[in-house]
Design a protein. Sequence first.
Length: 253
Amino acid sequence: MSARVLITAGASGVGRAMAEAFDAAGAQVWVADVDHAALANCPAHWNRSQVNVADEAAVAGLFADIEAAWGGLDTLCANAGVAGPTALIEDVALGDWRACLSVNLEGAFLCAKHAAPILKRQRSGAVVITSSTAGQYGYPNRAPYAAAKWGMVGLGKTLAMELGPHGVRCNVICPGAVEGPRMEGVLEREASAKGMTRDQVYAGYAAGTSMGRFVEGHDIANMAVFLASDAARLVSGQVIAVDGHTVNPDPKI
């Protein structure tokens, strides 16, 4: 794959798995992240920028840097996100609601806003948005997160319509529960909110899929590489779950 790829939140977790997968496929990789230490731990041949995707000036500067260094961009992976609060809707503070939507939904919007002119001028490219199965189903005790992820699905479908005439595709990946530190935090918070153990919550998530297991970062990364490739040249406007097939988004255990 000869491509120039930007991955937001690319220094750890799912984003890091995406960056590694694109690198292995032969792409040039640029990772943006708020975590300076995680960026410092990335391979030296990756381009790296410390950026808060909720800050438009910072996002605009990132894309200016990319154009100056690369002269263009082939794939945007809008992957940055935060879990947000775990609470019943009446207990969610407005500030926490806004903070969750700011990073997840507004961050994807800002990156798409500043990537679109580059991609349209080239008349080629792809946008891959990381949403969640929470963007396909409800998610009790996680209203801000679910609302943001549903919004990202709508954003992705709209981008596909706007950018398609310019030869640019956009698709949305909806991961299920992903093994890793971020999900561990979610499990602990949900266990506390529901009066359950961490293992009970974990088992509930796994039992909610027909394959009975969590997904891993490389499962999502492989889908991102496919969607950015010529093999998916006519795949656009799609919302694709990588989740082991969710059959019950809120199992009671």
